[in-house]
Ligand binder design. Structure first.
Ligand code: HEC
Length: 216
């Protein structure tokens, strides 16, 4: 071991760093600062202690549970949003969600592809046939207002009786259509009468003949 600091000068050919110079440099430096001991001021300690004691006391004196004297006195029932009236389904909303893509917001459909609902004899006519169209869909030739369509109308039996009733009553009464509203019972009855059907109707002709033979 030598006195020379290990500054890479261990090579035998290098001259050792001079001790004196290093010491002189170190002496010019200040001593590292020291944090020392600095206790919290006594009033802060007492204040924190008093706060903690008040907190414990407050928890102790505050009754938990039913007594709302310490709250704003609203109960859970007050805060619940009002429930919509039972069975209130907006047919326009169902139409906007399920039908508008094909039959359009105007109910006029797309010429040659999607038949119009405005003034349609199917919409304004026999409500049982209309219920069947919606429940099972149609896939075949169908004449609407003198034009033959040969498209695919998807089945909607996944919708509830209330939703189908609402959308049917909407298409029967909007855009100047004026047909009497139907009841949810009609959908319920047609759903039961056609329960065995798994395929869409093959067209207008089948719709008419099949619906007639439905038991009442
Ligand atoms: C994927 C497109 C499409 C959707 C979505 C659709 N339909 Fe149809 N709809 C058709 C087609 C196509 C026909 C004609 C079927 C044919 O040619 O066999 C039709 C026929 C009808 C008919 C009988 C013909 C007429 O114009 O009156 C009614 C009523 C009807 N749809 C109502 C609805 C209702 C209500 C909805 C929403 C719940 C709906 N459709 C959703 C494509 C659609």
């Amino acid at each position: 071991m030598t006195d020379a600091p290990n500054n890479g000068a261990n090579e035998p050919n290098q001259p050792p760093v001079k001790k004196k110079k290093v010491n002189a440099a170190r002496q010019r430096e200040h001593i590292d600062p020291d944090e020392g001991v600095r206790p919290l001021p006594w009033f802060l300690v007492m204040f924190l202690g008093a706060m903690a004691m008040w907190g414990a006391f407050y928890i102790y004196i505050t009754p938990s549970g039913e007594d709302s004297a310490f709250g704003d006195q609203r109960t859970v029932a007050d805060l619940r949003p009002p429930l919509p009236a039972e069975g209130a389904v907006d047919g326009k909303q169902v139409f906007a969600a399920k039908c508008v893509a094909c039959h359009q917001g105007t109910g006029l459909g797309v010429a040659g592809v999607f038949p119009p609902l405005v003034g349609s004899e199917w919409v304004l006519g026999d409500e049982k046939i209309l219920a069947n169209i919606l429940l099972h869909g149609v896939n075949g030739e169908m004449e609407v207002k003198g034009v033959v369509y040969k498209g695919a109308m998807p089945p909607w039996k996944t919708l509830s009786d209330d939703e189908l009733t609402a959308v049917i009553n909407y298409i029967r009464s909007d855009w100047g259509n004026k047909a009497s509203p139907i009841k949810a019972d009609t959908i319920k009855a047609q759903r039961a009468a056609t329960a065995s059907r798994t395929q869409p109707y093959a067209g207008g002709a089948e719709l008419k003949s099949e619906t007639k033979s439905d038991p009442k």
